[in-house]
Write a protein that binds this ligand. Structure first.
Ligand SMILES: Nc1ncnc2c1ncn2[C@@H]1O[C@H](COP(=O)(O)OP(=O)(O)OP(=O)(O)O)[C@@H](O)[C@H]1O
Ligand SMILES: [Mg+2]
Length: 301
């Protein structure tokens, strides 16, 4: 591959990149999105060698991890399809290019919302959408109903390249998918849910540190995707130890998740067929600001 010779003169690194590229695990853009530490570890080369290669890859691919903010720039949004949320939030939806975290107890509508945001993004031409289902909970019938409602097309008519649904069995698989499978051009990345596999697979207090470290790395990989223009939607269960936080439905996952997500919301059920989305930590919104929704056969309204 031509780009490999262009990014490095190290034969070890070239050989490694050839191998990875042969397996479809790397291309110029993906290389550009790595850090020198990651590449050094991946290919067993010196960090300076890795650094030079990545710098070159960033030049050649046009990937720019440094974003200069223009004052007064208006955030583009993805509509949620929930009328009150879209009408009353200051942005009129979910700002693009950010990490949005939705926490809530079981059955509050997190998975429906995650699918609904995917459908809405597709309807706005914002694609491809990568939907990672870590709980084997993806509901095709609901997705079909949502697509009919928001896009005007059944699920069968949506190309699999526009809406990619991936199920992952463990946190390693989840990390691999985020690192190697989701292409740089993905516009929306959904993980439903981010915390459950960690809770299940890092049991016990002695594993807490390594769990937090891994989770931190994973969310950081996603954060890098937001710099490349993707919007990330994460769902999250609520704390298993309410006695510590004093709230029975505080988001799980500890500080890392709470600090890395750009907006944090909580879903709460109220009454038979609805509830509200509450701002927990959303820049520009008072904590506790609420937007009501109702659940119907074709999603949240
Ligand atoms: N047509 C409908 N009318 C009213 N409620 C519905 C309808 N269809 C599904 N629901 C409700 O939606 C909820 C399911 O939402 P969802 O699967 O998104 O929950 P969740 O927050 O992802 O839960 P979990 O934490 O278990 O994954 C259930 O409580 C179900 O009763
Ligand atoms: Mg769910």
């Amino acid at each position: 591959m031509k780009w490999i010779a262009q990014v490095t003169s190290s034969s070890t690194l070239r050989q490694c990149l050839e191998e990875l590229a042969g397996k479809g695990k790397i291309d110029l853009m993906r290389l550009a999105m790595l850090t020198p530490m990651e590449l050094a570890e991946l290919c067993n080369v010196d960090e300076t060698v890795a650094e030079n290669a990545i710098r070159k890859a960033r030049q050649l691919s046009g990937y720019n991890p440094i974003k200069r903010l223009s004052r007064g720039e208006k955030d583009d949004v993805i509509k949620t399809g929930i009328a009150e949320f879209d009408e009353k939030t200051p942005w009129g939806g979910l700002p693009k290019g950010k990490i949005h975290l939705f926490a809530g107890k079981y059955g509050t509508g997190k998975s429906i919302l995650a699918m609904q945001i995917s459908a809405s993004a597709l309807a706005a031409g914002y694609k491809p959408v990568y939907y990672i289902d870590t709980e084997n909970a993806f509901n095709e019938r609901m997705m079909d109903a949502l697509l009919r409602r928001l896009l005007g097309k059944p699920l069968d008519d949506v190309p699999e390249s526009d809406l990619v649904v991936v199920k992952t069995a463990d946190v390693f698989a989840l990390t691999e998918v985020i690192k190697y499978e989701i292409p740089p051009e993905a516009r929306v990345i959904v993980v439903d849910s981010i915390i459950e596999p960690f809770r299940a697979q890092f049991k016990g207090r002695e594993k807490l540190a390594s769990r937090q470290q891994w989770l931190h790395y994973l969310v950081d990989l996603l954060r890098r995707r937001t710099i490349a223009g993707a919007t990330v939607v994460l769902t999250n269960q609520v704390s298993a130890r309410p006695e510590v936080l004093g709230e029975e439905d505080a988001p799980a996952g500890g500080n890392i998740l709470l600090h890395t997500a750009n907006t944090i919301w909580r879903l709460r059920r109220r009454g038979q067929d609805g509830g509200y989305i509450e701002a927990l930590d959303v820049p520009g919104l008072a904590r506790g600001t609420r937007y009501n929704y109702t659940i119907r056969d074709d999603g949240l309204y």
